[in-house]
Design a protein around this ligand. Structure first.
Ligand code: 5GP
Ligand code: ZN
Length: 112
């Protein structure tokens, strides 16, 4: 999608600090980290949010979770949180599906 911030980041049109990339997804450090380690994993294809996952695009989501396991292992992260906000009331500010991976500090529950 041409006017989507994360489509532009995935395409390299807007610079970001890459964590991992393959043909399906892109992972990069969050510009406003909320933990000592905080990166985002996004599908390269535009999916608006978790609420738009279907049988047609869910393979990318499964792949992203494989990537999260692989990258966290490579970074030596044993304890981490994966978050996807869906909709503005839940805190979604960028309407392109993304999974936050947060690690390196104590986490509270329930989230705010
Ligand atoms: P959301 O609020 O939608 O759950 O998460 C969006 C995340 O994207 C936020 O944590 C925000 O800091 C991050 N973000 C927004 N714009 C940029 C950007 O241009 N570059 C990077 N690396 N992260 C961004
Ligand atoms: Zn997009």
């Amino acid at each position: 999608m041409s006017d989507c911030l994360f489509c532009k980041i995935a395409a390299g049109d807007i610079p970001s600090k890459k964590v991992y990339e393959d043909e399906v997804c892109y992972a990069f450090y969050d510009i406003d980290p909320q933990a000592p380690t905080h990166f985002l994993v996004i599908p390269k294809a535009h999916i608006p949010s978790c609420g738009a996952v279907t049988g047609e695009n869910s393979a990318a989501v499964a792949h992203i979770f494989e990537v999260i396991a692989k990258v966290t292992q490579e970074l030596g992260l044993t304890d981490f949180r994966v978050v996807s906000n869906c909709g503005p009331q839940a805190g979604q500010s960028v309407p392109h599906l993304h999974f936050h991976v947060l690690s390196g500090r104590d986490m509270t529950w329930p989230p705010g």
